[in-house]
Write a protein that binds this ligand. Structure first.
Ligand code: FAD
Ligand code: SF4
Length: 496
């Protein structure tokens, strides 16, 4: 009787549930599979493919060194190599840690193998899906802030007895500074690709499958030890200044003080609690500013866990929701970066080169444009899933359909994240070098973010007036004359 373990591409850690359940490495056979049909589901960023496949190959090597019998297959589908491996190794039970992504669960359920398949509860997050559901069922509104406070108490993070350190739970108000001149931002920690990664780069370069983005320079880490170096670097060099300019966007500054940890966290190369505790420890030992440390911890202990929890809590039709009934196709420039709108051009080019943009670039530019222009949330979600190095179904649905597009009608966000050029001009330097005028609402040079924004508010006035936090903004809409609203509408209609 042999037990088999199938390790999925985003489950690359020694304490993952399937590996943890087998104590004797000599009695288990392990398989990893790179499947080509799987990567045809989205037109993935080339660097994402290199990251995941190279990290899988490195982890397979690590397991071999620990004495495991490891099979590594590159195949069209999952079924064929799994069946062959089950037969050759006379596997009687296949263990898989439950996938985070719902579509992948269906892939596993559709397999027909000559052995039992046992799914073990996923241990990649601090809150299991059951624990999140228990928290959620006691509440009328699933507010992230309430969930975050519960997490701080439960894991005893930045607490003094039952009170938050410093007296406040949330110091976000200190973390919204517009960019100052001559910001002295730290270089990111990048890596030279080793032999394994070079091989994967070659493979991806020659793929006869549609992909997205560039691979000229692949600089991401692909092992736990490299991911730990990025964590250490973040804690020592970036975290001290992380807070104040968290929302700022500057031309040529791809990463500012951001952590760049999501690609590693989402693969399992780092664990959420170790990151949170490293930040907390640095706060105590180095007397770092509380707004920086709390601001970062809230992202991982609050937002990340909350988004994952909600994804599993809601019905499967969540991905198809479209509260504003937006159906316009995604503009071509999302794929090419070729647009005169400088903010979009800068960020889209950066995403093509790296697979990365920071949170405000994703939310307040890439997503905001889709929302106010009336793009289909599903088309936008597909693009985000394609374009980002850290994208997975669990993180995409809630961030794009929920937070970004408000397509769930406000289950997750308390108001739509819609903004005019005013916000982008305040929080970035993009408008200074743009063909459009951020201060103009109508006319040939008017910034599209302006007329799209006011047209969005006007088109959805009836729905928005029931969202308490929108009343103040709708009052400003009332100050615009019907003639100007009509001109705004015509410009918005003619933009594509
Ligand atoms: P930092 O801000 O420096 O670090 C914060 C950490 O907290 C991140 O590493 C991340 O793990 C976590 N985090 C913070 N907010 C979220 C969130 N809303 N959801 C999940 N994790 C969060 N995150 C992804 O991991 N994958 C995605 O594909 C993704 N797509 C997004 C799309 C949109 C429209 C929006 C608004 C957000 C998206 N996010 C996504 C969340 C967030 O923008 C990224 O996690 C973050 O930018 C990653 O960069 P960082 O590690 O440098 O972030
Ligand atoms: Fe973007 Fe408008 Fe500013 Fe140009 S003027 S950078 S389009 S917000």
């Amino acid at each position: 009787m042999t037990t088999g373990i199938w390790i999925l591409g985003d489950q690359l850690y020694l304490t993952q549930a399937a590996l943890q359940s087998c104590h004797d490495s000599s009695k288990v056979a392990i398989i990893f599979i790179e499947s080509y049909s799987h990567i045809k589901k989205h037109q993935y960023h080339k660097q994402k493919l290199v990251l995941v496949w190279s990290a899988m190959r490195h982890f397979a090597e690590e397991l071999r060194k620990l004495g495991y019998s490891v099979t590594y297959k590159i195949a069209e589908d999952f079924q064929t190599p799994l069946q062959q491996w089950v037969n050759v190794n006379q596997i009687t039970e296949l263990l898989v840690m439950s996938p985070n992504d719902k579509p992948f669960l269906k892939t596993i359920e559709d397999l027909t193998l000559a052995c039992d398949i046992t799914l073990l509860p996923n241990n990649q997050f601090l809150w299991s899906t059951e624990e999140f559901d228990n928290w959620a069922k006691k509440r009328k509104r699933l507010l992230m802030e309430d969930f975050y406070r519960e997490g701080r108490r439960r894991f005893d993070i930045l607490m003094e007895a039952d009170k938050p350190i410093g007296g406040k739970w949330n110091l976000d108000a200190y973390n919204r500074k517009p960019p100052a001149r001559n910001l002295n931002t730290p270089e990111p920690l990048w890596f030279e690709p080793d032999e394994i990664t070079q091989e994967v780069i070659q493979q991806v370069d020659f793929l006869d499958i549609a992909t997205y983005g560039e691979i000229k320079e692949f600089r991401w880490g692909v092992t736990r030890s490299q991911a730990l170096s990025v964590l250490r670097y973040f804690i020592d060099i970036r975290l001290p200044e992380f807070g104040p300019y968290q929302d700022a966007m500057v031309t040529g500054e791809e990463t500012m003080w951001h952590a760049m940890l999501s690609p590693y966290l989402n693969l399992g190369l780092l664990q959420p609690l170790e990151i949170i505790q490293a930040a907390e420890q640095a706060y105590h030992e180095k007397q770092l500013a509380l707004n920086s440390v709390e601001g970062f911890i809230r992202q991982v202990l609050g937002w990340r866990e909350y988004m994952h929890g909600i994804y599993h809590h809601v019905d499967t039709d969540y991905s198809q929701q479209n509260w504003f009934e937006h159906h316009k196709p995604l503009p071509e420039f999302y794929w090419t970066g070729e647009t005169k709108m400088n903010c979009l051009h800068q960020i889209l080019t950066q995403v093509m080169d790296t697979g990365y943009a920071h949170h405000i670039q994703r939310l307040m530019v890439l997503n905001n444009f889709g929302l106010i222009a009336g793009i289909s949330p599903q088309e936008l979600e597909n693009w985000f899933h394609t374009a980002f190095i850290d994208a997975y179904d669990w993180v995409m649905q809630t961030n794009v359909i929920g937070m970004g597009q408000y397509a769930d009608g406000g289950l997750l966000a308390s108001k739509p994240y819609a903004a005019s050029a005013n916000y982008i001009n305040k929080m970035s330097d993009y408008c200074k070098s743009c063909d459009y005028k951020h201060s103009q609402r109508i006319g040939a040079k008017a910034c599209p973010f302006n007329f799209l924004y006011w047209d969005f508010l006007n088109r959805h006035r009836d729905k928005l007036k029931h969202q308490g936090r929108m009343n103040f903004i709708l009052k400003n809409l009332d100050k615009i004359s019907p003639e100007d609203l009509e001109t705004i509408h015509q410009q918005a209609e003619n933009i594509f």
